[in-house]
Design a protein around this ligand. Structure first.
Ligand SMILES: Cc1ncc(COP(=O)(O)O)c(C=O)c1O
Length: 411
C-alpha cells in the first residue's frame, strides 16, 4: 500500500510536475532499522549502492548500515562524497588501473578482487602508491593507514543440491565472468606475500539474486564453510566472509517483504558455527525497493482490438524495471474525479488494461493486461517497488521526454 505522505504528494502535484519519483525516507529509515535489528549483532550489513545511489537514500541508510558496496570508480567517488567516513567495499568486474589507483588514494577499505589479473593490477597500483614506492603519483591511504590493502577474493562457487533453484538471476555457481573459480582462488594465494601491500582478509561471493531466506542461509553456509576450509588448508587465518546480496523481493506481492527474521536467525546459527569469522552481507534491492514510487497520470485511455490501453506520461525510459525483469510493475490507481473537458472521459471499467508509456516501441509496457475496477484519462497511477534498480537503470535520453521530478519525503 502506498504510504500517506507519498499519496498526499502524488495528488498535490500538477500534471506538469509528473511523472515523479517519490521516496519515503521515513519509511526507509524505519525499515532499515528493523532489518538491522533482525540480524545478529556481529553481522556486518553493507548496502549495495548500485540498487539506488541517490544521496538522500544513502544518507538515510547510514545509521543502520556498516558500509556500502560500490562497483565502479564512479560509485566510489559518489558514495565517498555522499556518506563520507563510511567504509566502502569495491567490487565488480573489469576494474581499470585508473579506478584502482583512485580507490587506493581515497582509502577504500575493502577490495573484492574478481580475477588474477585484477589482483596483479591492484598489487602494482598499491606498490606504486606506497609512500616509499617509485613512480606513484597518488598516495595510498590504505584502510589502516599503513599502506596495506585489504582484499577479499570473489569466488564463483558451485552450488549443489539445486540451491539456486529459485534464483531470479544466477551470477555464479556455473560458468560466469564474475569472480574466480575455486581453483583460481588457490592459484592467487602465492600473490599475497609478507613484503607486498596486499592482505588477504577473506572471501566474497555473490552467487544469485531473488532467493528467499532459507535459500539465502543455505548459500551463506556453503560459502562460509568453504572459506573456513580454504583458510585451514592453507593456514591463512581468514577473518571475513561476505556472502553477497540478492535477498528476494516479490513484485507480484508488493506488501510482502523478505523474511529478515528467519534470515537473521539462520545467520545467527551460522555465526555460532564460525567463531572468528565476521559475516558480512551486501543487499541492495531488498533494502530500498519498497521506499520508492513512480507516480504519473493517464494521458489517454483507448481500446484496440478489444483490449484497453492506458497511455501514461513517462514510461520505461524512467522505470525500466518491468522491461528488464519482464514483469508487471505493481501499481495503485489514485482516482482524480475532476473532468472538465466537453467530451466523454475515456475509461476502462471492470476489464484488464495494459499500461504503456510514451515511447514509440511496443516494449514500452509497464504492466500488461492487469484487471482494474476503473481507470480513466486523468487518473493518477503510482507504481510501487520503484525504489531500487528503477530510475538509475533506465535509458533516460531515449526520445528526449522531460525527466521526472524527484521528491524525498522525510517526516
Ligand atoms: C556483487 C554484488 N553484490 C550485491 C549486489 C546486490 O544485489 P541485490 O540488489 O539483488 O541485493 C549485486 C547485484 O548485482 C552484486 O553484483
Amino acid at each position: 500500500m502506498i504510504t500517506t505522505p507519498v499519496e498526499t504528494l502524488a495528488m498535490a502535484l500538477t500534471g506538469d510536475d509528473l511523472p515523479a519519483y517519490v521516496y519515503d525516507l521515513a519509511a526507509l529509515r524505519t525499515y532499515a532499522q528493523a532489518v538491522r535489528a533482525a540480524l545478529p549483532p556481529g553481522l556486518e550489513l553493507y548496502y549495495a549502492a548500485k540498487a539506488n545511489p541517490a544521496p538522500p537514500v544513502l544518507q538515510a541508510l547510514a545509521p543502520h548500515v556498516t558500509g556500502y558496496e560500490v562497483a565502479s570508480g564512479g560509485e566510489v567517488e559518489h558514495v565517498r562524497a555522499a556518506v563520507p567516513g563510511m567504509p566502502l567495499a569495491f567490487g565488480g568486474p573489469g576494474k581499470t588501473e585508473g579506478e584502482l589507483r583512485r580507490a587506493l588514494a581515497l582509502g577504500v577499505e575493502r577490495f573484492h578482487v574478481e580475477s588474477e589479473q585484477e589482483l596483479r593490477l591492484l598489487a602494482e597500483a598499491a606498490e606504486n602508491a606506497r609512500p616509499s614506492g617509485t613512480g606513484g603519483t597518488e598516495t595510498a591511504k590504505g584502510a589502516s593507514g599503513t599502506g596495506e590493502v585489504a582484499v577479499l577474493l570473489r569466488v564463483n562457487l558451485p552450488l549443489d543440491g539445486g540451491a539456486l533453484g529459485g534464483a531470479a538471476l544466477a551470477m555464479g555457481g556455473r560458468p560466469s565472468p564474475f569472480g574466480l573459480d575455486p581453483e583460481a582462488v588457490e592459484r592467487c594465494l602465492p600473490l599475497f606475500t609478507r613484503e607486498g601491500p596486499l592482505r588477504l582478509r577473506g572471501i566474497h561471493a555473490h552467487l544469485a539474486s531473488g532467493l528467499d531466506a532459507p535459500a539465502q542461509v543455505a548459500m551463506a553456509a556453503r560459502i562460509a564453510d568453504w572459506t573456513r576450509k580454504l583458510s585451514e588448508r592453507h593456514g591463512l587465518g581468514l577473518t571475513e566472509v561476505n556472502v553477497g546480496g540478492g535477498m528476494g523481493v516479490d513484485y507480484a506481492h508488493p506488501d510482502r517483504r523478505f523474511d529478515w527474521a528467519a534470515y537473521g536467525a539462520g545467520m545467527a546459527d551460522l555465526a555460532l558455527r564460525h567463531p572468528g569469522l565476521t559475516l558480512r552481507i551486501e543487499p541492495g534491492r531488498a533494502l530500498t525497493v519498497h521506499c520508492g514510487w513512480y507516480v504519473t497520470e493517464v494521458l489517454d485511455l483507448k481500446h484496440s482490438g478489444g483490449e484497453a490501453f492506458a497511455v501514461l506520461r513517462g514510461g520505461t525510459h524512467h522505470l525500466r524495471t518491468p522491461a528488464t525483469k519482464q514483469h508487471d510493475q505493481p501499481f495503485q490507481v489514485l482516482p482524480v474525479d475532476t473532468w472538465t473537458r466537453p467530451w466523454a472521459r475515456p475509461a476502462a471499467r471492470e476489464e484488464p488494461v495494459t499500461l504503456v508509456g510514451q515511447l514509440c516501441t511496443p516494449k514500452d509496457v509497464l504492466a500488461r493486461r492487469v484487471p482494474v475496477t476503473e481507470l480513466r484519462a486523468g487518473d493518477r497511477v503510482a507504481f510501487a517497488m520503484a525504489g531500487a534498480y528503477a530510475w538509475n537503470i533506465s535509458h533516460h535520453d531515449f526520445l528526449m521526454h522531460p525527466q521526472p521530478g524527484f521528491h524525498y519525503l522525510d517526516e
